[in-house]
Design a protein around this ligand. Structure first.
Ligand code: IPM
Ligand code: MG
Length: 367
């Protein structure tokens, strides 16, 4: 009997729908090669949900996600909705509540240089030669993003904006376990980021990280202040394996790490809850300027589907097969516009052609 998984498909705005179409074709291929079924339910999110249903995260979409085993998410936002109040905009109005409602406390953001694309990094060849492979593990449901009190209050020039950064021992502990377990499957090194020379949350953070680390004697742990980490990432990214961060530091450093690869449009991410539920989305944005033209790179969305198989469905073999198929089309020289460098061995392709090639490579890998 083949297994069946329920996937909530939230394509969103901009390039979301067209890159999602390619990821779904890859899932079709996985269905026929591995004994598995993906039952997909589509729901609106972001700007399109505002237009069609009046808000960025309609109740019907939440219900669809609740009935699913995982969420495959495209991207949200665009100029059309930029003038709405911040809380109602597609990004904040959809992403933050999804994270909170589904308890998606562990955000995994790989920053990998694909060997075929080292020329696309903004760093000097000498700094990145041999490539690097960083995993940012970001706490996603606590800290300054969500703690109370929060808001703007008072009158006139005495009005104040307030955000609070708060972390409990239990919140820190559970994200530590995610980082240490991830490191066990990688190079065994964790750098924990904080600002313990200034912030009380960071003092507690460092203390709890040390305590949890005692359960993982084989892991090499070190601590780094966030300002130094921002600098070390551009100085020598190869020194990092797993980077463990609270919510806001992780927001900032994960963008930095992703951009250093030169392939921001190629990187997936996973946001995991306790258990096997998760939401999977590309690290890049909705790119409204190129939407609907067949120019977008579908690889980040396809690799997000691969992470879904790996983390929510325990389909490691299929996930490895997708990752290998992506690597092989890159090695063949296929490039969407964002990663095309005009070299002789490169071939410029559309969103659909890239999807076709990955599906074909997946078929070959299995044969
Ligand atoms: C991200 C984004 C979000 C965040 C925004 C859009 C709310 O920057 O996922 O990194 O800050 O977490
Ligand atoms: Mg961000």
């Amino acid at each position: 009997m083949s297994k069946n998984f329920k996937v909530a498909v939230l394509s969103g705005d901009g390039i979301g729908p067209e890159v999602m179409a390619e990821a779904l074709r890859v899932l079709d291929a996985v269905e026929s090669q591995f004994e598995v079924g993906f039952e997909r339910t589509f729901a609106n999110v972001g700007g399109i949900a505002i237009d069609k249903e009046g808000k960025a995260l309609p109740q019907g979409t939440i219900d669809t996600c609740k009935a699913a085993d995982a969420i495959l998410f495209g991207s949200v936002g665009g100029p059309k909705w930029e003038n709405l109040p911040p809380d109602e905009q597609p990004e904040r109005g959809a992403l933050l509540p999804l994270r909170k409602i589904f308890g998606l406390y562990a955000n995994l953001r790989p920053a990998i240089i694909f060997p075929a694309l080292t020329g696309a990094s903004s760093l000097k060849e000498a700094v990145i030669s041999g490539g690097f492979n960083i995993l940012v593990v970001r706490e996603l449901t606590g800290g300054i993003y969500f703690s109370q009190p929060k808001g703007v209050e008072g009158e006139g020039r005495e009005r104040v904006g307030i955000d609070t950064m708060r972390y409990s021992v239990s919140e820190i502990e559970r994200i530590c376990h995610v980082a240490f377990k991830a490191a066990q499957k990688r190079d065994g090194r964790v750098v924990s980021i904080d600002k313990a020379n200034v912030l009380s949350t960071s003092v507690l953070w460092r203390e709890v990280v040390e305590t949890v680390a005692a359960e993982y004697p084989e892991i090499k742990l070190s601590h780094m202040y966030v300002d130094n980490a921002a600098m070390q990432l551009v100085r020598n990214p190869k020194q990092f394996d797993v980077i463990l961060c609270e919510n806001m530091f992780g927001d900032i450093l994960s963008d930095e790490a992703a951009m250093l690869t030169g392939s921001l449009g190629m990187l997936p991410s996973a946001s995991l809850a306790e258990g096997s539920f998760g939401m999977y989305e590309p690290s890049g944005g909705s790119a409204p300027d190129i939407a609907g033209q067949g120019l977008a790179n579908p690889i980040a969305q396809i690799l997000s589907a691969s992470m879904m198989l790996r983390y929510s469905f325990a389909m490691v073999e299929a996930a490895d097969a997708i990752d290998a198929a992506v690597e092989s089309v890159l090695n063949q020289g296929l490039r969407t516009g964002d990663i095309y460098q005009g070299k002789a061995d490169e071939q410029k392709v559309s969103t659909r052609e890239m999807g076709d090639a990955i599906v074909a490579a997946l078929g070959k890998g299995k044969a």
